[in-house]
Design a protein around this ligand. Structure first.
Ligand SMILES: NC(=O)c1ccc[n+]([C@@H]2O[C@H](COP(=O)([O-])OP(=O)(O)OC[C@H]3O[C@@H](n4cnc5c(N)ncnc54)[C@H](OP(=O)(O)O)[C@@H]3O)[C@@H](O)[C@H]2O)c1
Length: 270
């Protein structure tokens, strides 16, 4: 008989990067509802303060800390502040990510490569390094990386982003292998199209009505006939954070409405 208390995060401390909106916000609130105290972090403190207020309505503690995850000194400052306040970190959700521009291999500039790889891959790796040192001392921990279905199947004109997310999937396996002896698990969630500011930025250059039409067109190609909601990613994150997934490590869970299994010819019957 399954013991559902294994899904509880009671007494745990979680850090969620990119926690100010979208998937990170949903993850922070979800983890708190499951029982964890939560630190939300991103670059903009006012947005984080709003999310922290929402998290507190669950009855859990919430602390907003501003940090740029592409900067090593910010990562170390963040982890030090969390330790000063909570004295432990049980769950790390490496969710902060960016996809600031679309462009082909012929046009992409070095600066774009550096911005994306610096946050999506380097920041995720060194954030994990800093937190894994603490988890090793604690004898336990769970790291959850937010990858993307694009890490399996590249999207045209989002090449650097796709490359970064393929790197996240491999970083997850690499961390899982090296951290397993210390009872630290590392897993990832790979979302498909999820309704957030990042997804909407694909059409930011279009008039509102046209942007809506493009989003609806995208949804038509998703086997489940819609884009996802950030809460639908939070569920997988809660599972990977909890004891319910205690024998799972190095795994990436696709949460993509079936996008990756659909063939290019796939059309939804009317
Ligand atoms: N939405 C999708 O369709 C989708 C699909 C697959 C994967 N994902 C992945 O899911 C994750 C969350 O994306 P989202 O859709 O929720 O995007 P979003 O709404 O744009 O949120 C991105 C978050 O990252 C933070 N952030 C951006 N740059 C940062 C930096 N340099 N340092 C620290 N924090 C930073 C942002 O806050 P600040 O601006 O305050 O820094 C924000 O909290 C990303 O890793 C993304 O690649 C999203």
């Amino acid at each position: 008989m399954t013991d559902l208390s294994r899904f509880s995060l009671e007494g745990k401390v979680a850090v969620v990067t990119g926690g100010s909106r979208g998937i990170g916000r949903a993850a922070a609130i979800g983890l708190a509802k499951a029982g964890a105290d939560v630190v939300v972090t991103s670059r903009k403190l006012p947005d984080l303060e709003n999310v922290a207020e929402e998290v507190r309505t669950t009855g859990r503690k919430a602390t907003p800390i501003a940090a740029h995850i592409g900067k090593m000194d910010n990562i170390l400052m963040l982890v030090e502040k969390v330790m000063d306040e909570f004295g432990r970190i049980d769950i790390l959700v490496n969710n902060a990510g960016c996809s600031p521009a679309m462009g082909s291999i012929f046009d992409n500039e070095e600066r774009l490569w550096d911005t994306i790889i610096n946050l999506n891959l380097k920041g995720l790796y060194f954030m994990s390094q800093a937190v894994a040192k603490i988890m090793k001392e604690q004898g336990k921990g769970s790291i959850i990386n937010v990858a993307s279905m694009d890490g399996y199947k590249p999207e045209p004109f989002v090449g650097i982003y796709s490359i970064s997310k393929a790197g996240v999937i491999m970083a997850t396996k690499s961390m899982a292998l090296e951290l397993a002896p210390y009872n630290i698990r590392a897993n990832a969630v790979a979302p498909g199209p999820i309704s957030t500011k990042m997804l909407d930025s694909h059409w930011f250059h279009l008039p509102e009505e046209q942007a809506k039409a493009e989003k609806a067109e995208l949804a038509k190609n998703v086997p489940l006939k819609r884009v996802g909601d950030p809460d639908e990613i939070a569920g997988a994150i809660i599972y990977l954070a909890s004891e319910a997934s205690s024998f799972t490590t190095g795994e990436t869970i696709l949460v993509d409405g079936g996008c990756t299994i659909a063939s290019p010819e796939f059309t939804i019957p009317e």
